[in-house]
Write a protein that binds this ligand. Structure first.
Ligand code: GLU
Ligand code: ZN
Length: 510
């Protein structure tokens, strides 16, 4: 570890020892993780790992209409694929569980009862219509338009009248009548004035506990020390702070208000509006199916609001952990640039050791039907030997299918119609016939294959290399773009190469 100036960390840690840091990633499992969600997860993970603290994975699944068990599995699987490990949470356990909010409903109900008994929260019987009318009137009068505190001081007689009328109550938090000020780790000091902070709803009239209740309650019960999350949640922060304070006053939870750091918004490629989950490239799945490396994707997401150094974009996750500093996170919105994301991923593709590179392409070749689920040693040997031919030119693992599939195609081998039409025409038949003859008895090495084909096609037939080797390339690889031809033929073997050349020759004739 490099030495970091002590005062910096003291400021961030606020008196905690580094290993006491506890952060959380609280996804709502809806079956989609966006790059924005993952960027939040990544920054929390890097923060926890940097200090040797704890990352809690908490599943915010109280909304039973939107959250399903499948969506939970999907979320866990996605985080595992990314390598964003958690120290407490589903599948891991921990002292602060359960970590699924749907299993904590009794806890929330008990806490609401206590908050009401202590006068920190109260029941509100206002109908939506009444609220709307009073809000409009307040607006017309130029007054703040939040909840007006109408039911703050109801007597039990007044409540009874409402109940007898058949009304059902929501529960509201009694907000303090003073500004709420906090020192955001990213944005500095932020002040919210009380006139903009009406008493807000914790529990719906049907008893359903809302996000502004359960999220801070769990932060308090799970002893969360730092909350790093998107800036879109900034407006809920003063309300949450009031709730942490109310909980502390009645002795619930850690008694601590976490320190906040609001991460800059991730904007779409145009840079003018927030990246929406419907935008191209917004969801994780595209990256997984295209064969991005998790470390490449995370490296790029790490650049959305943070940088390791002015002149450096590519880094490993270990380097990110080492260097991550929440105070260096920029408060300006970050623009999502898919081209750059691809370029960063490509850089990580180049950094992979060859055997690792080969191993990571296997699932893609299996999925495309080129390799069996358990490839043979021979197939794996060919795959490994092909890595030096393609590693520099592949930007994603998925490209292995187009580039390397022909090495494993067997009887299913097909020539792309477009390549056949453009290249296996004219005098290609002559070229292929000469190639077959030249290769028949040659020693099967890259150098000998190349020498034989050059002698026969370039010197013998007087063809330009492009004209000479184009038909051979299409014949053996099925495509106009392939890994280097002679190396590919060596890997493919004499028999298969010659068979494909002959098949292509027949095709030209017809
Ligand atoms: N479940 C919330 C979300 O996914 C959590 C937000 C937070 O970090 O407080 O938006
Ligand atoms: Zn009311």
């Amino acid at each position: 570890m490099t030495e970091r100036p002590a005062r910096d960390d003291t400021d961030v840690l606020g008196g905690l020892r580094p290993e006491q840091v506890r952060v959380r990633f609280p996804p709502s499992p809806t079956g989609l993780l966006t790059v924005g969600n993952i960027r939040s997860a990544l920054f929390n993970w890097a923060f926890a790992r940097h200090y040797g603290g704890t990352l809690v994975l908490r599943i915010e699944d109280t909304d039973q209409t939107r959250n399903t068990p499948e969506a939970l599995d999907y979320t866990l699987d996605a985080l595992q694929w990314l390598g964003l490990t958690w120290d407490e949470g589903p599948g891991v356990g921990g002292d602060a569980g359960p970590y699924l909010q749907s299993e904590r409903m009794d806890i929330y109900a008990g806490i609401v009862t206590k908050l009401m008994a202590a006068g920190k929260a109260y029941q509100c019987y206002c109908s939506q219509e009444e609220l709307d009318d009073r809000r409009d009137a307040a607006r017309d009068a130029g007054l703040p338009s939040g909840y007006d505190g109408h039911c703050r001081e109801l007597t039990s007689e007044q409540s009874k009248v409402f109940v007898d009328e058949g009304r059902r109550a929501v529960v509201r938090l009694r907000m303090p009548d003073r500004p709420i000020v906090f020192d955001d780790l990213v944005r500095g000091e932020i002040t919210f004035l009380p006139e903009n902070l009406g008493d807000y709803v914790l529990v719906r009239a049907n008893g359903y506990p809302l996000y502004p209740l359960v999220n801070p309650v769990d932060d308090a019960l799970m002893n969360i020390t730092h909350v790093l999350r998107g800036e879109d949640l900034l407006s809920s922060t003063p309300r949450q702070i009031a709730l942490y304070e109310a909980l502390a006053e009645i002795g619930i939870g850690s008694g601590r208000t976490p320190r906040f750091g609001h991460l800059p918004m991730v904007m779409g490629s145009e840079g003018n509006k927030k990246l929406s989950k419907r935008d191209a490239g917004a969801g994780l799945d595209d990256y997984r199916t295209q064969g991005f490396l998790p470390e490449g994707l995370l490296n790029y997401l790490g650049l959305l609001g943070w940088s390791i150094a002015d002149d450096r974009d590519v880094f490993t996750l270990a380097e990110m952990i080492e260097a991550f500093d929440i105070r260096k996170v920029n408060s300006n919105a970050a623009r999502f640039d898919q081209k750059k994301c691809e370029a960063i991923n490509a850089a990580h593709m180049r950094m992979l050791p060859q055997d690792e590179f080969a191993a990571r392409t296997v699932p893609f070749l299996v999925k495309a039907g080129y390799l069996p689920t358990a490839p043979s040693d021979e197939q794996l040997a060919v795959l490994r030997a092909s890595v030096p031919l393609v590693q520099e030119r592949m930007d994603t693992l998925g490209e292995s299918v187009e580039l390397l599939g022909f090495l494993f195609a067997g009887d299913d081998f097909k020539i792309e119609p477009d390549a056949a039409a453009k290249v296996l025409a004219g005098d290609a038949g002559t070229v292929l016939e000469a190639s077959a003859k030249a290769l028949k008895d040659v020693e099967w090495t890259t150098a000998a294959i190349e020498a034989a084909l050059r002698a026969s096609l370039v010197d013998g037939l007087g063809l330009k290399p492009k004209k000479a080797f184009g038909p051979v390339r299409v014949a053996v690889s099925g495509r106009r773009v392939s890994p280097p031809l002679f190396e590919s033929m060596e890997l493919l073997g004499r028999e298969t190469s010659l068979r494909r050349i002959e098949q292509a020759r027949v095709k030209v004739e017809h």
